[in-house]
Design a protein around this ligand. Structure first.
Ligand SMILES: [Fe+2]
Length: 161
């Protein structure tokens, strides 16, 4: 009999755990995305032009990441969450409502990023223990980019940490 090649290096048990944590991340990403959309629309004040544009840049980037996470879930044999009900039930990021000023919107984006980052670090650790290099590869550049954005947001609000 021909020997079959195992495409996935990740065991079924490990991939289920990775899928579950990626679905959690996917849910939080949607909350993060929608918060950014709201801030893009509602921002007002002297930083309007700057932040209106910045939030658009961030949600446009988030859209690409969302698709990558969902398709990684499918690649691992899972099903991505795709309803608002599921996103709200699974996400730890809260819906931001009615924020309009620069300081609170930037602070909220920074906090949301902190949650995404801690989740991503957890998934990288789980994925590397499970020999899932592709998930590690997807998340590692994201982590360094987000850490940089987090620094910029702190700098915008005049904060060191
Ligand atoms: Fe717009």
């Amino acid at each position: 009999m021909m020997k079959t090649t195992d495409i996935s290096a990740v065991s079924a048990k490990n991939s289920q755990a990775i899928v579950a944590s990626l679905n959690q991340l996917l849910a939080d990403y949607h909350l993060y995305y929608q918060n950014l959309r709201g801030f893009h629309w509602n921002i007002s004040g002297p930083s309007f032009f700057e932040l209106h544009r910045q939030f658009e840049l961030m949600y446009t980037e988030a859209q690409v990441v969302i698709d990558n996470i969902a398709e990684r879930i499918l690649t691992l044999g899972g099903q991505p969450l795709h309803t608002m009900t599921d996103y709200l039930a699974h996400a730890s990021i809260k819906e931001a409502k009615g924020l309009m000023d620069a300081e609170s919107t930037v602070k909220t984006v920074h906090e949301n990023l902190g949650l995404l980052l801690s989740m991503e670090r957890g998934i990288v650790s789980l994925a590397s223990k499970s020999d899932d290099e592709a998930t590690v590869d997807m998340l590692t550049p994201l982590i360094s980019a987000q850490e940089k954005v987090a620094w910029m947001l702190r700098a915008f609000n005049g904060k060191k940490k």
